[in-house]
Design a protein around this ligand. Structure first.
Ligand SMILES: Cc1cc2nc3c(=O)[nH]c(=O)nc-3n(C[C@H](O)[C@H](O)[C@H](O)COP(=O)(O)O)c2cc1C
Length: 338
C-alpha cells in the first residue's frame, strides 16, 4: 500500500480533505475507502489527545503510523492545551516522518471546552498563543489549526484573528458553527466570509457539504475558497469525492458499497477487541451511510438494534440482496433540511 505521510503545500484548484471524525474516519476507513471509491486529496486524522509524561503508548499513534499503510496523505491532529505535551506528540509524529500536524481548537464537547481544550482554546488567548508557538516552533511551516467561529457566539474567532495571523500557519480550517451548536443548526456563511477576509492564511471551509450541489452553491458564495473539508457527507455518500472531482467519479454501484463494508467488517474484526466493539464501529458507520440508500431508514432501524455480528450480517445481507437503489442528490439535500 502506498505510504504518503508528508503533506506538501502544492494545493491545486479545489482540494478536498476528509474531515477527522473520531471513531469513523479512522485509518482502516480511509484506506478501504480509497480502495473502493474515489479518495479525497488528503485527510486530517481524528484527534490524538496530549498526555503527561514522555512515554508514548504505541496504540495512541497507530491510526497515523505509516507502517500500517496510509493510502490517503494524512495529517495527524492533536487535542490538548499544554505546549510541552504538544511538543512530545509532535516529536513522535516527526519521528514517523510527518512534517505537518493540526491543532484541534474546535471540539465542542462541554467537558473538553471547560478544561480549555478544543474550542476552549479559543476562549483563552494566552493558552492558544502558547500552543501555536510550540506547534510552529516544532513544525515550521507545517502546523495548522482547526477552529469554530466561536464558543457561544460567532465572533470569538474574529477576536483571535490577530493572534492567529501572527503565526506562520500552513492553513486554518473553519467549521462554520459555534461550539454551542455542536454539529447541528445552520452554518453561518456570513461569519465564515468575515473570518476568511480577515485571515492571512489559507482557509479551508468546513461544514455541511453533503452533495455536489451543496459544494457548487458554496463555491459561488465563497469564490476565493479552494480548500474544502468534508466529514459526515463523505460517509453518508461514499461516492461523494468522485462526484466532486470531475472525471474521477466511479459509478455508484451497490457492489462497491457491499465490498467496502465486507472488507471493513473483516478489518475491524482483526483490529478491535471483541465483537461488541466491532458491532459498535459498524453501527456508527451505518448511522451515516443509511442516509444515502433507498429504504436506508428502515435498514438503519434494524441495524441499530442488532445484538450480535451474525444478526448484523443477516440483516445487511438481505438488504443488499433486495437493493433498492441510491437516493438522489436532491433527497440527500432534503434529508439535511428535514
Ligand atoms: C462523530 C464525530 C467525530 C468528530 N471528531 C473530530 C475530531 O477528532 N477532530 C476534529 O477536529 N473534528 C472532529 N469532528 C468535527 C468534524 O471534523 C467536522 O468539523 C464537522 O463534522 C463538520 O463537518 P461536516 O458537516 O462535513 O461533517 C467530529 C465530528 C463528528 C460528527
Amino acid at each position: 500500500m502506498l505510504t504518503l505521510h508528508v503533506m506538501t503545500d502544492d494545493v491545486k484548484q479545489d482540494d478536498f480533505c476528509l474531515a477527522p471524525l473520531r471513531g469513523v474516519t479512522v485509518r482502516t476507513f480511509r484506506n478501504l475507502h480509497a480502495k473502493w471509491f474515489t479518495p479525497p486529496d488528503r485527510a486530517v486524522a481524528p484527534f490524538i489527545p496530549t498526555f503527561a509524561g514522555e512515554r508514548i503508548r504505541p496504540a495512541l499513534l497507530k491510526d497515523v503510523d505509516p507502517d500500517f499503510g496510509q493510502s490517503v496523505p494524512v495529517v495527524p491532529q492533536v487535542l490538548g492545551k499544554d505546549p510541552a505535551q504538544l511538543r512530545t506528540l509532535l516529536r513522535a509524529f516527526k519521528a514517523m516522518g510527518y512534517m505537518c500536524a493540526d491543532l484541534n481548537a474546535g471540539c465542542p464537547f462541554p467537558l473538553v471546552v471547560k478544561k480549555g481544550r478544543g474550542a476552549g482554546l479559543l476562549r483563552d488567548a494566552e493558552a492558544l498563543e502558547r500552543m501555536l508557538e510550540a506547534g510552529c516552533g516544532e513544525m515550521p511551516a507545517g502546523f495548522s489549526l482547526k477552529v469554530r467561529l466561536g464558543v457561544d457566539s460567532p465572533n470569538l474567532l474574529m477576536r483571535r484573528m490577530d493572534l492567529i495571523n501572527a503565526f506562520p500557519l500552513r492553513e486554518v480550517t473553519v467549521h462554520a458553527r459555534t461550539a454551542r451548536q455542536m454539529y447541528e443548526g445552520a452554518v453561518s456563511l456570513d461569519a465564515f466570509a468575515e473570518a476568511l477576509a480577515a485571515c492571512r492564511h489559507a482557509v479551508v471551509y468546513n461544514g455541511d457539504i453533503r452533495t455536489a450541489q451543496d459544494w457548487r452553491r458554496l463555491k459561488q458564495r465563497l469564490p476565493e475558497v479552494t480548500r474544502w473539508m468534508i466529514g459526515r457527507g463523505a460517509v453518508v455518500d461514499l461516492f461523494l469525492f468522485g462526484k466532486l472531482a470531475d472525471g474521477r467519479a466511479a459509478e455508484p454501484l451497490p457492489e462497491r458499497v457491499k465490498g467496502f463494508l465486507d472488507d471493513y467488517l473483516a478489518a475491524c474484526n482483526g483490529e478491535l477487541y471483541g465483537p461488541a466493539a466491532v458491532l459498535g464501529r459498524m453501527k456508527e458507520l451505518w448511522s451515516y451511510l443509511h442516509q444515502s440508500l433507498r429504504q436506508g431508514e428502515r435498514l438503519w432501524q434494524a441495524v441499530r438494534v442488532c445484538r450480535t455480528l451474525s444478526e448484523y450480517s443477516a440483516v445487511t445481507a438481505i438488504f443488499f440482496k433486495k437493493f433498492a437503489g441510491f437516493i438522489s442528490e436532491d433527497d440527500i439535500g432534503d434529508n439535511k433540511r428535514a
